[in-house]
Design a protein around this ligand. Sequence first.
Ligand SMILES: Cc1cc2nc3c(=O)[nH]c(=O)nc-3n(C[C@H](O)[C@H](O)[C@H](O)COP(=O)(O)OP(=O)(O)OC[C@H]3O[C@@H](n4cnc5c(N)ncnc54)[C@H](O)[C@@H]3O)c2cc1C
Length: 318
Amino acid sequence: MGPAESGSSIEDQGLGKVAIVGAGVAGSAAAIRFAQRGAKVTLFERSVFPREKVCGCCLGAAGLAALDAIGAGESIRDLGLPTKFFRGYFQVAKASPTATQLTEEKRSRVPAVRIPIRKGISLSRAELDQHLLNLAIEAGVQVRQPCEATIVAEAGESVSIDAGTGSPETFDLVVVAAGLTGRFRQRDAGDLRWVETPNGPMGLSAHMSRDEAKEIDWKLESGEIQMHCGRDGYVGIVSLPNGNLDIAAAVHPGNKGPSGVGGGKVAIQMQTLALLLDSGLFSSSQSRKLRHWFAEVAHWQTTPPLRRRRLSGRGRIV
Ligand SMILES: Cc1cc2nc3c(=O)[nH]c(=O)nc-3n(C[C@H](O)[C@H](O)[C@H](O)COP(=O)(O)OP(=O)(O)OC[C@H]3O[C@@H](n4cnc5c(N)ncnc54)[C@H](O)[C@@H]3O)c2cc1C
């Protein structure tokens, strides 16, 4: 019986061979933890690092505490800038609140709020993932990268993974840490399957260089996490240690943008983003520059519409 079925802890059952699919924060942290507990760990990651991905680049106090628990907190704090407060701008639709009708006149604004938060950090997501992977290697984890893993069979006490070599390897436990956009085919994997719920917002992020931010005169206070929220989504901005701004947004994919705006899906997301940011913080000339940067200059990372996914079926694969 697998650990998740019996309810007893993994440690109680002896760790054996553990496979972890995905070297994002969750996968690398789990790999470090299992290796520290004496497991023979193999970590599969399909992409080449360092790699950018959609992320707001903030690690909160709870995340740092979790990293402290695996001995990674201190070196990760060294990679970041402290975050100390949250400044939020909120848009409220007065009337006709559908996105298509959300024109400037119909939006009202509430004053920005400034809320102190428990100390966290902002840091490059690419650096965080690379650093955790390095710590996993130091802890004795074997890394297969780039290597897309597929569960091919679950039999009795073991699970087989095909890493594209044609000869599947067998593990006592498989941890799926493949993220929201992870592909994870499950040929012959019993009754395990993804369950998907309807589309959520689309994720977007980009880095604005220090010089571009200066040109727009977009300043953040030291320690600030800036958020702009409206009914079509939110945009979060933080300063990164190299002086760039990380701009990350989750925007509802169903909207058609303000009236009169055409273009493809990404163009619509850009318009929605610009509207969200038009929260009284910027002058009209700043807004113009921002819209230009969004549409013409920024190199956007995007996710497909975010879906909540969970595995259903027996609890052998966790
Ligand atoms: C707009 C936005 C802003 C966000 N801001 C923040 C923030 O500020 N702070 C924060 O903590 N979180 C933030 N998040 C959430 C954060 O990005 C995710 O929670 C986090 O990335 C999840 O980490 P993970 O390790 O579970 O998955 P991921 O980081 O997605 O890692 C999964 C890994 O698995 C790999 N993989 C997938 N399938 C396979 C396979 N079959 N074989 C091998 N490898 C595979 C992928 O290549 C990937 O590297 C934000 C998300 C969005 C959309």
